[in-house]
Design a protein around this ligand. Structure first.
Ligand SMILES: Cc1cc2nc3c(=O)[nH]c(=O)nc-3n(C[C@H](O)[C@H](O)[C@H](O)COP(=O)(O)OP(=O)(O)OC[C@H]3O[C@@H](n4cnc5c(N)ncnc54)[C@H](O)[C@@H]3O)c2cc1C
Length: 498
């Protein structure tokens, strides 16, 4: 969208018949599901990109802000929290679990607001070498970022009740990490929800991908759908084009890779051409968790179930250890269920609705045999859903699709089925992540969750801006319209009631 708007001749080559990748739609029997993302957060990034194109995101993709944002249930007997973006309401909810903690909600929000504002320039700039770390003046930010702490450790400065810490830290899921290992910087994720909202685009998050494809076409990009790149073509170590499974060759001055980073390197770029990101190095990196997914078309609707419900295992810590280190399935898994029909009636035929169930599980580093494991895990989740009030599911399901970590790897080309990409530990962030102007190859640029700044929708849209700016500058084209990193955000702030 951005490159085409700059007058560049852009051809998008996409192996699937639908746009959006992880953020695409499943459309079956009149039901429409998001394949992946269901929380649209921090719309400012995309609002800004649309504004640069002279358009209004909210006109192109209508969306609603949720209140309550979601319900978090703590095991089957630990109570719950109904999380509201209204800080007084939220403080009152938190105070029910621990009165002292309730008083600290406002302080948590205020301090994280400052943290985001100070860190934002680094999220908006390319990190092309370790020198950028120094020019960014990391040292000054250390007391604020406290990199030696985890998200959970940082939250204990505000909240004593582990349930409240959980409600402000499960968002590490967006990065596919445990709040006990995830760097403390990422408390900004839950903060973002409160200041900027949890949004539901009408039609689902996939409507954003579809809207962007529409806009990209209008500004001149061409889409080759259902055509897979089988090889990146090189002269020496400079990319000169791609070959596809239709036997076509497309020559190009630059190749922008959005496909999963590790998978693409392994499959499409010869190992001998890579210095920093060889197959061996890729195998030794840390990757996010994976997810077991169920997409269910339902007769009727569960009106007593909120739009988003997060159920955390009775043994939350044990469940995280099973995902991150033990690489096995838990007896009482955590899961998340989305019941979007309570907000959006465009997703199912009349009298029907959809449920989306996600359970975080280990990635395929240890190659679990999902063909044999999936049926039992599906039955376990059907049982578990009773804990959130869904007790007659079997007889109401009219459509059912399951996606396992094995499917993420083999049907969606995601390395090890690690749905949230390379993990976001400090050793794999900033200049240590694969760079937007890819350091191993000439004329190759990266965009998406595998490069800087990282995984998650707002962040991958920011990566698009960083990468476009670099590419335009490298080719002597005007990049000024893409704005200056860290410049004051000129988009109107979104209030809790908007
Ligand atoms: C289950 C799940 C839930 C999530 N929930 C959230 C959420 O609530 N909020 C949030 O912000 N983020 C969420 N995320 C993360 C978010 O979806 C990702 O960060 C983001 O969509 C990744 O985008 P990407 O462009 O990096 O990769 P992708 O979306 O995977 O795009 C890569 C594209 O490349 C294509 N491709 C691959 N190989 C080839 C080839 N050889 N030739 C041509 N095309 C190819 C793929 O088909 C795909 O379309 C979730 C992710 C998952 C999986």
């Amino acid at each position: 969208m951005l490159l085409a708007n700059a007058g560049v001749n852009v051809r998008v080559i996409e192996r699937l018949p639908t746009v959006g990748g992880r953020c695409s739609a499943i459309r079956e029997q009149g039901y429409r599901f998001d394949l992946g993302p269901t929380f649209f957060l921090y719309p400012r990034v995309l609002e800004r990109l649309y504004k640069m194109l002279g358009r209004d995101l909210h006109q192109e993709v209508p969306m609603v802000r949720l209140d309550p944002q979601y319900r978090v249930m703590f095991g089957d007997s630990g109570g719950d929290l109904l999380c509201s973006p209204d800080i007084d309401t939220m403080a009152a909810q938190v105070a029910k679990l621990n009165p002292e903690d309730g008083k600290n909600v406002g302080r948590f929000i205020a301090e994280n607001r400052i943290k985001l504002e100070r860190f934002r320039p680094s999220l908006e700039s390319p990190f092309l070498s370790w020198r950028d770390l120094i020019s960014w003046d990391l040292i000054k930010l250390l007391p604020l970022l406290r990199p030696w702490k985890s998200v959970d450790g940082e939250l204990s400065r505000y909240f004593q009740d582990p349930r409240t810490r959980l409600a402000f830290s499960f968002q590490a899921k967006y990065l596919g990490m445990s709040p006990f290992n995830c760097p403390s910087l990422f408390t900004i994720l839950s903060y973002l929800e409160y200041d900027f909202g949890v949004w539901h685009p009408i039609g689902g998050c996939n409507a954003i991908s579809e809207g962007m494809a529409r806009t990209a076409t209008e500004v001149g990009a061409t889409f080759n759908m259902g055509e897979a790149v089988t090889e990146v073509l090189f002269e020496g170590r400079k990319a000169v084009g791609v070959r596809t499974d239709r036997g076509e060759t497309y020559m190009a001055d630059a190749v922008v890779i959005n496909a999963d980073f590790a998978q693409t390197m392994k499959k499409l770029v010869p190992d001998r051409l890579r210095k920093r990101w060889t197959d061996k190095k890729l195998a030794g990196k840390r990757y996010s968790c994976s997810t077991f997914m169920m997409y269910l078309g339902i007769e009727g609707r569960y009106d007593n179930l909120h739009h988003h419900t997060i159920y955390t295992s009775n043994d939350y810590i044990g469940n995280l250890a099973d995902i991150e280190t033990n690489h096995r399935l838990s007896d009482d898994p955590s899961f998340y269920v989305q019941n979007p029909g309570v907000t959006d009636d465009t997703l199912a035929p009349k009298g029907h609705s959809t449920l989306y169930v996600l359970s975080p599980v280990c990635n395929q580093q240890t190659s679990l045999d999902w063909k044999s494991l999936a049926p039992a895990y599906r039955d376990k989740l059907f049982q578990s859903l009773k804990k959130v009030g869904i007790d007659d599911l079997e007889k109401r399901v009219r459509y059912e699709k399951i996606v396992t970590p094995d499917d993420w790897e083999n049907n969606y080309e995601v390395y090890r089925g690690a749905t949230f990409n390379l993990a976001h530990n400090l050793g794999q962030m900033l200049h240590l992540r694969p760079r937007n102007r890819f350091e191993d190859l000439g004329n190759v640029y990266l965009v998406g969750g595998g490069t800087h700044p990282g995984s998650g929708l707002p962040v991958i849209y920011e990566s698009a801006r960083i990468t476009t700016r670099l590419l335009l500058q490298d080719f002597g084209l005007d990049a000024a319209w893409l704005g200056v990193p860290g410049a004051k955000d000129e988009t109107a702030p979104v209030t809790a009631n908007s």
